[in-house]
Structure formats: C-alpha cells, structure tokens
Write a protein that binds this ligand. Structure first.
Ligand code: PEP
Ligand code: MN
Length: 342
C-alpha cells in the first residue's frame, strides 16, 4: 500500500502512521521526495487494508501497489533514485563507467589497470577477489589478499571500488575494503545474502541472474530494499538463451522496461553479456542509447594472460577507444560522464 502524505505533513503525523502500521506487524518505509512524502506500507495487505489510514492527520491518499515488488517500484517512488558514491553520481543525469579486471591478480596488475582506466575516464574501479567460477579447478580469486590489493589501488588512484561478496560469512570483511558490494548473477536468488546486503549502509550492485525474469530480478532487489538499503544499482549482464554465438544474450529491452517499472539506476555489463571483447564497443553504444545509467567493463593489461575472462576483457588502449566512442552518444543523450556532487 502507498500512503501519500499531504504537503506540509509534520514529522509527528508521519510517525503516527508508521507506529500504527507497526502495531499490526507491518512496516512503514518513509520516502521523502521533492514534492511529497510517501510511506510504503509493507506487510499483510489484508490487515493493512483494514486500517482507517485515510482518517489519519496528514494523509492525503492510500493506494494499493499492484506489482509484487513494492519499495523498488515506480509506483512507490516516482523520481529516479540518484546515488552518490564519494563524488561519483549514478542516476539519470550521468553515465557512469565502472572498469577494471575480472579478477585482482597482483599489485602491479590492479594498480596499473586502475591508473589506465582512471586516465581514460572511468569513475569506479572493479576487481574480483572472491570469484564464482563454473569449475572448482579454475582460479578462485585471491580472496582476502585480493581485497587488500583492491583497497591499495583505491588509495593509489582515488577511485571508489566495487567487488563481489560471494558469501554472507564474508560480508563484514568485504564491507571494510570496498565502497560498493556486488552480488553476482549466480547469487541473485541467494535470499540470505540479499537480506544481509540489505542491512549494510553501502550501495549494492545487483547483477541479473542468467535465468532470471525481470520480475524475479526486481524481487531480488526488493529483498535488499526491504531490509532498509535502497542504495541499489541494477546490472543487466546477459541472460541464457538458445543462442551459443555469444556467452549470454544481452537483453537490451530489459533496460527501458526496468526504467519504467523501477526507480533504481540500471547499468549494463557488455563483457559478461557477450564473452567477446570485440562486441563490447557496439553493445556499450546500445546501452547508452536505450537509457542505461552506465556500464561495467573488464579491462586487463594483457588479456591473453588473464586468470579469468580474458576473451571478454579489453586492453587499456581498447578501453580508451571505447570511452571516446561512447562520449558523443552520452552527450547526445543529455548525460555527463562524470558529475561531482554539488
Ligand atoms: C563479475 O562481474 O565478476 C561476474 C562474475 O559477473 P556475473 O556475476 O554477472 O557472472
Ligand atoms: Mn568476469
């Protein structure tokens, strides 16, 4: 249920509504917008419907949310969510480029990539420390050591960093080292991990599961939001189809569809979507054109020697080309590539 409050509503009137909801075991998520404050009532809909909420002072209207996801829906919040991570803005006014190696492999590798991607205009550095590999015999990442190296690169170049947290037991450790916590495609329906991510106060980069529908994807985001963390960046990274020419099939229509259904920012990962470095530029251009809020790209100093995902990684010079290829499109779409917090 969405409870829209009147203009000029007082803190006390908001508190009264939230308390009433809590009395029947429901929760009230307060969202203060530019024009209106709304309270998302989450819990047993039948019980909530019986409350005389319209009679409460300060309440303007009460409407059911028709979608199964509530807090992340546009019905709940009309305005786009804009995230600020250090001085990097993610949202409708900017186009944020996240870049870095698939896996952190050594100090030299991560620091050199960090410098290169920063120089080319990336605003966030990525690098996996705990790697979810299909084969148990493949490189599994440097773990704790990888996190330390990522944090070191962060300090060296001054870019915020993102890495994947694979397991609830690593949440605290990963939290201490990074600015954004990534939940990977394989864990998109790890509901315990999602709930734990929802208890953190850092943004969550949530990747779409490769067999997940858009509704399931948004329900996964709802798990995070329900626990109180609405700082979520969605990431379309390709889904599995009958097509084998690419590693996955990039679901380009997911971006405008999700923009209609949700207020959350959504970015695209053209590397995991295709598995092919030479498709990264055209698909990044497509991402800009359909309104994505950014991209995440794998960059390695020497892709042929990468310990994971070499075939889909760009060299630093290919990354520079990518940045100059998308720049005019980004401008044409009325976005800036990097915007400092005002
Ligand atoms: C990654 O971004 O490093 C990754 C493993 O991606 P995905 O979860 O989308 O496969
Ligand atoms: Mn990868």
């Amino acid at each position: 249920m969405i409870i829209t409050m009147k203009k000029g509503v007082t803190e006390e009137q908001i508190r009264n509504v939230v308390q009433k909801l809590e009395q029947i075991g429901a929760r009230g998520h307060v969202s203060v917008g530019e024009f209106r404050t709304v309270i998302g009532a989450i819990g047993d809909d039948a019980k909530i419907a019986q409350l005389p909420l319209e009679a409460f002072p300060g309440v303007e209207s009460v409407m059911p949310i028709l979608k199964p996801y509530k807090l992340v829906s546009r019905e709940f919040q009309e305005e786009y969510t804009i995230l600020n991570i250090d001085d990097v803005e993610i949202g409708p006014r900017t186009f944020t480029v996240i870049a870095g190696p698939c896996s952190v492999e050594s100090e030299e590798q991560i620091v050199s990539v960090a410098r290169a991607v920063k120089a080319a205009g990336a605003s966030i550095l990525r690098g996996g420390a705990f790697k979810p590999r299909t084969s148990p015999y493949s490189f599994q990442g440097l773990g704790r050591e990888g996190l330390k190296l990522l944090a070191l690169a962060r300090k060296e170049v001054g870019l915020p960093v993102v890495t994947e947290v694979l397991d609830v037991r690593d949440m605290e450790l990963v939290y201490e080292h990074v600015d954004i916590l990534q939940i990977g495609a394989r864990n998109m329906q790890n509901f315990l991990l999602l709930s734990e991510a929802g208890k953190q106060d850092k943004p969550i980069l949530l990747k779409r599961g490769f067999s997940a529908t858009i509704e399931e994807f948004l329900m996964a985001a709802e798990y995070v939001a329900k626990e109180g963390n609405s700082k979520i960046i969605l990431c379309e990274r390709g889904i599995r189809t009958f097509e084998t020419a690419t590693r996955n099939t990039m679901d380009i229509s997911a971006i405008p569809l999700i923009k209609k259904a949700s207020h959350l920012p959504i970015i695209v990962d053209p590397c995991h979507a295709t598995g092919k470095h030479d498709l990264v530029v055209p698909l990044s251009r497509a991402a800009v054109s359909v309104g994505a809020d950014g991209i995440m790209v794998e960059v390695h100093p020497s892709p042929q020697e990468a310990l994971s995902d070499g075939p889909q990684s760009l060299t630093p010079s290919e990354f520079e080309t990518l940045m100059s290829e998308i720049r005019p499109l980004v401008e044409l779409c009325g976005r800036t590539q990097r915007q400092r917090r005002i």
